[in-house]
Design a protein around this ligand. Sequence first.
Ligand SMILES: *Cc1c(COP(=O)(O)O)cnc(C)c1O
Length: 218
Amino acid sequence: MSIKENIIQFQKNIPDTVTLVAVSKTKPVTAIQEAYDSGQRIFGENKIQEMSEKWEQLPKDIQWHMIGHVQTNKVKFMIPYVNLIHSADRLKLFKEINKQAALADRVVDVLLQVKIAQEDTKYGMPIQEAIDLLDSPQLDAYPHLRVVGLMGMASFTDDMNQVAAEFKVLERLFTRFRESKNLKTLSMGMSGDYKLAIENGSTMIRVGSAIFGSRNYQ
Ligand SMILES: *Cc1c(COP(=O)(O)O)cnc(C)c1O
């Protein structure tokens, strides 16, 4: 199927309550333009340099989401145009986003990335740390960023029971803080597990290969 057909299928098949982020990392601007022409406006990238280059070349009503690990010293380069940062996973990064957003006179929306996978991953805040942070007033110190939700990645496994269990952990965390922290977005689910993620409360799925085809590298 073409990119266009894939986009149309997703728009038709996912519930209205779920937002589709088309993950275009490693894919050329021509592929993004094709998705754009099919009505898609939200794209996810995992490298700031690549996102900047694509932002320059493509229509300015695209909403760019940063979904990959962010180095603090590169934050400033995406602040002018980034729409949502999914991968805010440590205080040092919150602090830098707040600082750079203040300099640019804007408020940047972020998701707190939580580590839900059993497997060893470097990224995502451990669950207990996330609870402590959300329970504390610490985030109030960063008026130029707004935590609008949570993001998580399940383990890379064929065991769908495990994946579902990990999604449930994040959904519970989301539900617990939804009202008090005014959270709106629960970003979970990728090409291989988005259906399960939606069943478990996801409001935003990040889909790459099921739209654009497989990638040669991450
Ligand atoms: C690459 C990536 C995706 C998309 O993965 P697919 O399996 O191609 O859908 C989603 N989320 C994150 C954080 C990614 O890095």
